[in-house]
Design a protein around this ligand. Structure first.
Ligand SMILES: [Zn+2]
Ligand SMILES: [Zn+2]
Length: 374
């Protein structure tokens, strides 16, 4: 084994990206090096480029974004047991594997998640990418906007060789997050009522999950008519355009016999919508926060809003997914037509990354996917 040269998108400083040649080191113990086929663009990547996370998360530049990568294992490090050269993999979020949360099978709550997601280093505290002689961060333990990347074996999920993995990038983050927060956290019984705030990748995945779990009333809430139309196609029974409806909470109550929905999934992080997602709940209802709100806050009176109506207000990272268990299930659901990713995905040549990012920001494309050069 030896280092490989790789063309990669490098954030050389805050807010500035360009395609550069980097060197990818050898996979260390428990790691594999992947020849990346494709990688999705997630809003969290844009947060990394623009330094949108608290300083204590340890973001540093230069940095290679990308955390929805798929590809082929090119080489394996010492002690790798489950993966071999040539295996097709979907890469997912990192976790340390040794903290108490990981040992309890709750890797989404890993004690080291901030450093591993955002700090650009691997579990041993070192980096794997070199750009112009500088040690360079791998975002989310991947840095998959690159022809090659290093990933820990525990975060790479092997899939059947016949699976067209370029369609499945978002199973590693966005889809897993939205689908998982419904099936792993809300756990609606068949016939339940649910509203999903924000109909991007995560929200649409939550709508697919609501349909797959036989929710009866599924309300998609957004301000973009195209996204709401797609929400309907994917299983929403009703949609609400917040630009047009004056009182969405009242409308949700009207759609549910005056009571409100049993579950809400909040994917936007926008304070006014976080509040709505609580206020439109029925008694004993549950609101799951998935959206990134940063330092913004909302005013909630605990007694009338949470305690007296016996509601649950909760959050979930990465859909409470154990990637090696959950992603194969999502792959099967894709094969069964229950996660029709072809309706969300648009492919971009690697050199068109700026356009792909612009289409992510404008919301024109739900899930842009960068195709890596050979
Ligand atoms: Zn851990
Ligand atoms: Zn993501």
């Amino acid at each position: 084994m030896s280092k490989v040269k790789s063309m990669a998108v490098v954030a050389t400083e805050v807010g500035k990206i360009s395609i550069q040649e980097v060197e990818i080191g050898d996979p260390k113990k428990g790691e594999v090096r992947v020849k990346v086929i494709a990688s999705g663009i997630c809003h969290t990547d844009l947060g990394a480029i623009n330094s949108a996370f608290p300083p204590e998360f340890g973001l540093s530049y230069p940095l290679v974004p990308g955390h929805e990568g798929v590809g082929i294992v090119e080489s394996v490090g010492e002690g790798v047991m489950e993966l071999a050269v040539g295996d097709k993999v979907i890469m997912s979020y990192p976790s340390c594997g040794v903290c108490d949360m990981c040992k309890k099978n709750r890797p989404w709550a890993c004690r080291s998640r901030h450093q591993l997601f955002f700090g650009g280093k691997f579990a041993d505290g070192t980096k794997r990418i070199v750009y112009k002689g500088q040690e360079t961060a791998s975002f989310f333990g991947q840095g998959s906007w690159s022809q090659y990347c290093i990933v820990a074996e525990r975060n790479a999920v092997k899939v059947d060789p016949d699976v067209d993995v370029k369609m499945l990038c978002s199973l590693g983050c966005g889809i897993q997050t939205g689908f998982g927060c419904v099936v792993n956290r809300a756990k609606p019984e068949p016939g339940s009522t649910i509203a999903v705030f924000g109909c991007g990748t995560v929200g649409l995945a939550a709508i697919m999950a609501a349909k797959a779990t036989s929710c009866s009333t599924i309300i998609g809430v957004d301000q973009n008519e195209d996204r709401l139309a797609l929400a309907k196609e994917l299983g929403a029974t009703h949609t609400i355009n917040t630009k047009e409806v004056e009182d969405p909470v009242k409308l949700i109550q009207d759609l549910t016999g005056g009571y409100g929905v049993e579950y809400t999934i909040e994917c936007t992080g926008v304070p006014v919508l976080l509040e709505m997602a609580l206020n439109c709940l029925d008694q004993n209802g549950m609101s799951v926060i998935v959206g990134v709100s940063g330092t913004r806050s909302i005013n909630v009176q605990p007694e009338p809003v949470i305690m007296d109506p016996s509601r649950t207000w909760t959050g979930m990272v990465e859909g409470g997914s154990i990637p090696k268990v959950f992603i194969p299930r999502l792959v099967q659901l894709y094969k069964d037509g229950k996660i029709p990713l072809e309706k969300l995905v648009k492919f971009y040549d690697f050199q068109d990354v700026e356009q792909a990012i612009a289409d992510t920001v404008s919301g024109e494309i739900i899930k842009p996917v960068l195709m890596m050069p050979e």
